[in-house]
Design a protein around this ligand. Structure first.
Ligand code: PGA
Length: 258
């Protein structure tokens, strides 16, 4: 695990976006795993900016999003389909037919989960997976006590996730209670993982993710098992790490060799 501590959220965002863009330039038809949430919005803004500056084209990438709410149709304003269209897909040359997000309104969500896992495999697996992390340590909608080897399936949102995500809905009662999410095993199959966490509300999850123990209590701690995981942090998210001097000595200012 590479722990990359930046002075500010802006610097962490710029660094992770540059990293993703570098990967697309190196492999224009790469398979990217994508995430949703407040933390990744500026990452997508930075990726769009690189596209606007003609530094990169996304026309050949294939994308798979982590998750979707069960019950929301793709055109629902709170769906992750809608989020991706608004923040990334609709602003670049990504081809709609090259993007996949689970269908939350599928007649049989359990079958949809199986189909989604198979589709990822059929495309050769994910080259690079972008992640955020929840305050409770979730990745995707893999809430605490999720199996560390889980595949795409239906998961019930934890009460704290319902509360956190209610900021996007008119009423907390409107937040769907179920999701279709890549499993932790699915995520660990990605050949590379880049995760971003900013703000002191993430500092406890970041501590548990990086310094352990490895436990289903903190799903993100499963990334300790991954051979190529890079964790992009601002100083606030890194504030509870006990081995911070070590991380900063290995990667001064969050710099990482290519
Ligand atoms: P956030 O969500 O970026 O909105 O905090 C992250 C997550 O829940 O994975």
């Amino acid at each position: 695990m590479k722990v990359l501590i930046h002075d500010s959220a802006e610097a962490a965002v710029a660094a992770i976006a540059n990293r993703i863009v570098e990967k697309v330039i190196a492999k224009p038809a790469c398979v990217l795993g994508l995430a949703t949430g407040g933390t990744v919005e500026p990452v997508y803004d930075a990726m769009v900016q690189k596209y606007d500056q003609q530094k990169v084209s996304y026309s050949r990438i294939r994308t798979f999003n982590l998750d979707e709410y069960v019950g929301l149709s793709p055109d629902h304003p709170m769906s992750y389909h809608h989020f991706m269209e608004k923040h990334l897909f609709g602003r670049t040359d990504i081809s709609a037919s090259n993007t996949s997000i689970p269908f939350g309104n599928a007649a049989n969500p359990a079958e949809e989960a199986k189909r989604y896992e198979a589709e990822i495999k059929r495309c050769g697996g994910i080259d690079c997976q972008l992640l955020g992390v929840g305050e409770n340590g979730h990745i995707g909608f893999n809430e605490p006590t999720s199996s560390l080897s889980s595949t795409v399936r239906i998961k019930t949102l934890a009460p704290e996730t319902v509360r956190a995500n209610s900021r996007y809905f008119q009423r907390i009662e409107d937040v769907p209670r179920l999701s279709i999410t890549m499993g932790i095993g699915t995520i660990l199959c990605a050949r590379e993982i880049v995760l971003i966490a900013t703000g002191d509300n993430k500092s406890k999850a970041v501590l548990e993710m990086i310094e352990g123990p490895l436990s289903a209590r903190c799903p993100a701690s499963a990334l300790q098992l991954h051979p190529h995981a890079e964790i992009y942090l601002d100083a606030a998210a890194a504030s509870q790490l006990t081995l911070r001097d070590y991380y900063e000595a290995v990667h001064p200012n969050g710099k990482v060799e290519s």
